[in-house]
Design a protein. Structure first.
Length: 133
């Protein structure tokens, strides 16, 4: 039962912006926002259409995770009840992991590259047996 009360306690202990945990959380969320901008530019410069199609929603997902994380971190420091609960951080982290795993599996299963066919000019080809129709 202590885990449930720990996760759902609406007003966790006070913290400040000088706290290293808060600084790390704000840094991670800021990196996610900057990563979304970098992903958007990388996608625009990509020449492979399959890569562009598969990475279509990465930038917006990184932006949303960054902004929501910033809101959660600031709510924690400013002691906004029910938004600063540890439960929302657990949900945020779980959804981030699920989205990352799903996108990784999708990338591995659908990303391919069309290789050029090489036509071999073999003079023996016309004498070799062929399939019957």
């Amino acid at each position: 039962m202590p885990l449930v009360s720990y996760l759902f306690w609406p007003n966790p202990e006070a913290t400040t912006y000088d706290n290293p945990k808060v600084m790390v959380l704000l840094g991670i969320c800021a990196v996610l926002v900057l990563l979304s901008i970098a992903l958007r530019r990388w996608r625009q410069r990509s020449d492979n259409p399959i890569t562009r199609r598969l990475s279509r929603n990465w930038a917006s997902a990184a932006m949303w995770f960054g902004v929501v994380g910033l809101i959660l971190a600031i709510a924690r420091v400013e002691q906004i009840s029910y938004i600063s609960m540890r439960f929302w951080w657990a949900v945020w982290l779980l959804v981030l992991i699920l989205v990352s795993v799903a996108q990784g599996k999708r990338w591995r299963s659908l990303h391919y590259q069309v290789l050029p066919k090489e036509k071999v000019n073999d003079p023996r080809e016309k004498y070799l047996p062929k399939r019957k129709k």
